[in-house]
Design a protein around this ligand. Structure first.
Ligand code: PLP
Length: 372
């Protein structure tokens, strides 16, 4: 089956660089190359002298060593780098799945979590988080969804698009269920370290589950999407080696300048995540007031991680609303339908410095249209 168009990316392709205010991004404010290099004395000079030949296909050893510090049990040799998290998802699916397999995927979800498997011919069952349950998953439901041919459970926590975070009890239960049934857990942790309260941080799946695969990236918590550096971390040698050999058919190795910058970023990841969290905390206080003022028009489950929420529009249809808002006021919201949601939710992103202005433009739009 051919890969279907990626609805979210097609939506962004239409609006992202033509709309003034992105009020729906999952990534926070980024920095310039200079700002990043300024975090480390001497880094600018070393960057200018960095060699531009092919790099090691698995990722440079020093980059993998830095990425390994995100985990408690992972050796640098158990990290495999990719061009963003997206390439990691793509090759994980191809390394692990066949057409007569079945997988269970945390939904609503980033489309590649289901789509790549569907293109392989794999049967996909969505395990849905629900707004009325604060976007939490029901672990008993997971037990009921397992079939004899279930090969993989995919979770994404902190979660895109809701900003929800699984409880540590549920996370432990999911890991136990996967191990009990011999099912590989693929844990998309691209928003890890973006918990609003660091006490809520979960362990990485690869540290608590010997066959689980954790997915990380510099794009989200650390605001460096343009580097296109992601990785998987896992003790699961079979999957790691299979993914490494498949990578030869796409990027072969990462971009050398990006590897250098990614390594600097990981050494200073606490500073980068701290900056993002500071913006998020300020913007959340504005959003708290906004949702009180417009309680008739919108409702939300206040997120506890990341720079995203998944509120609901109570009047009209979100697709038409978002289109009019983008055209008339230059403010971009992301209709939930791109995540397969049909309940008038939309993704709201509040990790950018200009969010107060964007919210102001949204309020003017609301006032002009005399909505509640
Ligand atoms: C949950 C999730 N996983 C993976 C990705 C892909 O990340 P990247 O753009 O760094 O490849 C995204 C991007 O939005 C995401 O939200």
């Amino acid at each position: 089956m051919p890969l279907r168009p990626f609805a979210l990316e097609r939506y962004f392709a239409k609006y992202e660089f033509a709309t003034r205010f992105l009020l729906c991004s999952s990534d926070p404010e980024s920095v310039t190359t200079r700002e990043l290099l300024d975090l480390e004395p001497g880094a600018q000079e070393r960057f200018l002298n960095h060699w531009l030949g092919y790099t090691e296909s698995t990722g440079s050893p020093t980059l993998r060593a830095e990425a390994g510090k995100l985990y408690t049990t992972i050796d640098p040799a158990e990290i495999l780098c990719f061009a963003g998290a997206e390439e990691g998802i793509y090759w994980f699916m191809h390394a692990s799945l066949l057409s007569d397999d079945h997988i269970i995927v945390h939904a609503p979800c980033y489309q590649s979590h289901t789509e790549v498997a569907r293109a392989i011919g794999t049967q996909v069952t969505e395990w849905r988080a629900r707004a009325e349950n604060n976007w939490q998953l029901d672990v008993d439901e997971l037990r009921r969804l397992i079939q004899p041919n279930t090969r993989m459970i995919l979770i994404n926590t902190p979660h895109n698009p809701t900003g929800a975070l699984m409880s540590s009890a549920d996370f432990a239960a999911v890991n136990a269920i996967a191990q009990e049934h011999g099912i590989v857990l693929f844990s998309d942790e691209v928003f890890r370290e973006f918990e609003h309260d660091p006490a809520d941080r979960l362990a990485a799946a690869c540290d608590v589950n010997p066959t689980a695969v954790s997915l990380g990236v510099l794009s989200k918590t650390y605001g460096l999407a343009g580097l296109r550096i992601g990785w998987i971390a896992t003790h699961n040698q079979r999957i790691r080696e299979r993914m490494a050999s498949l990578k030869d058919y796409t990027t072969i190795c990462n971009s050398a300048p990006s590897e250098f910058l990614a390594e600097v970023a990981l050494r200073h990841r606490a500073v980068l995540a701290g900056r993002a969290l500071q913006i998020v905390r300020g913007n959340l206080t504005l959003l708290d007031d906004f949702f009180v003022r417009h309680a008739g028009l919108f409702s939300w489950v206040r997120p506890i991680a990341s720079a995203m929420a998944f509120p609901k529009l109570h009047v009209g249809l979100i697709e038409a609303y978002a289109d009019a808002l983008a055209r008339e006021s230059g403010v971009l919201l992301l209709p939930g339908s791109v995540f397969g949601d049909s309940n008038n939710h939309f993704r709201l992103g509040f990790g950018r410095k200009n969010m107060p202005e964007a919210l102001g433009a949204l309020e003017q739009f609301i006032a002009h249209h005399k909505l509640t």
